[in-house]
Design a protein around this ligand. Structure first.
Ligand SMILES: Cc1ncc(COP(=O)(O)O)c(C=O)c1O
Length: 306
């Protein structure tokens, strides 16, 4: 017997893998050449995982059959803590880091752990649709702040502040941004962090593209801009390492973490319910991050060919 989907999903959209994708398939079948930019999948452009990671994965096969700790194996979390020092996020303990099946799972989990019904989250628009969907699925409301194409897709701070209400709980920053490609300069990031602090908002900083710069620019992590306030920083192997299919991502909680004990308890609970993220993918995180210098050179060479 057929049943309707849950009403919780009624307002949830993910068109880049739904109607837009179906339309593209239809056009392709009619002979049109389609460049698949709907999801950032490096493999679709022939960009494969560097050998050093592939070999490490093969070596780990025999040792990755068991569940790990719900937040991820300790070596992976330590490697993320060390990696974060590149972005001046210092003094992290592995207890502040959760490994997930990609950043996607951690976005979903963190919104579930953070939001009560009706809580609002400021999300950049044009948006990476998972953020809007994750907020909605958690019972919250995504309030979009428009980034203006005429202004290089930069956010408008006054506009963001006007959108803050007593229900606003978090500010999402995606930098470098998907889908616009905008990179926010340090002054802009500092203003957004200051604004979040002024209104006691959690900063959810999606930095999955932290090494994807096509010029001499270098990355600034939001969490490095203040020790006050709560920061959730998201990163992973999908883009920098061309390992999107491995499903390996992390979330770092930093800043005023004492005030967030309940939130982190929620993360632990949700992480426990799915036991752990893919153990094999977790096992390559230390090599992937420790050898990132050489991996980055390989990736840049391959990007420039594409
Ligand atoms: C801005 C942004 N955040 C998160 C993700 C999800 O990444 P992951 O593969 O780690 O789930 C993507 C993937 O395209 C993205 O563009």
């Amino acid at each position: 017997m057929y049943r309707e989907k849950s009403q919780r999903l009624n307002d949830i959209r993910y068109d880049i893998r739904g109607p837009i994708y179906m339309k593209a398939l239809e056009m392709e079948a009619q002979g049109q050449a389609i460049i698949p930019l709907n999801i950032g999948n490096p493999a679709a452009f022939g960009l494969e995982v560097p050998d050093i990671i592939q070999n490490n994965l093969k070596e780990s096969l025999g040792k990755s059959g068991g569940y790990t700790h719900q937040l991820g194996n300790i070596k992976a979390r330590e490697a993320v803590a060390t990696y974060a020092t590149n972005w001046q996020i210092e003094g992290l303990s592995p207890q502040q880091i959760a490994i997930g099946n990609g950043v996607s799972e951690l976005i979903l989990m963190s919104m579930q752990a953070l939001l009560n019904a009706g809580d609002e989250v400021l999300v950049p628009a044009p948006d990476y649709p998972l953020w809007t969907a994750a907020v909605g699925l958690a019972g919250g409301k995504a309030v979009h702040y428009h980034c203006d194409e005429k202004n290089g897709w930069q956010p408008d701070l006054d506009y963001i502040e006007r959108k803050i209400s007593s229900k606003t709980k978090a500010l999402v920053i995606i930098n470098p941004n998907n889908p616009t490609g905008a990179v926010y300069n340090i002054e802009c990031l500092q203003s957004m962090v200051d604004l979040a602090q002024k209104h006691d908002l959690v900063v959810c900083s999606d930095e999955i593209y932290d090494h994807v710069y096509f010029d001499e620019g270098s990355h600034t992590a939001c969490a490095a801009l203040s020790t006050n306030g709560l920061f959730l920083t998201y990163g992973g192997l999908s883009k920098n390492h061309f390992a999107a299919g491995y499903r390996a991502g992390w979330m770092i909680m930093s800043g005023d973490t004492e005030k967030a004990a309940g939130f982190w308890e929620g993360i632990n609970l949700l992480a426990s319910m799915r036991l752990c993220s893919n153990a094999l993918a977790q096992s390559v995180i230390p090599i992937a991050l420790q050898h990132f210098g050489e991996i980055k050179k390989i990736c840049i060479t391959r990007w420039s060919v594409v």
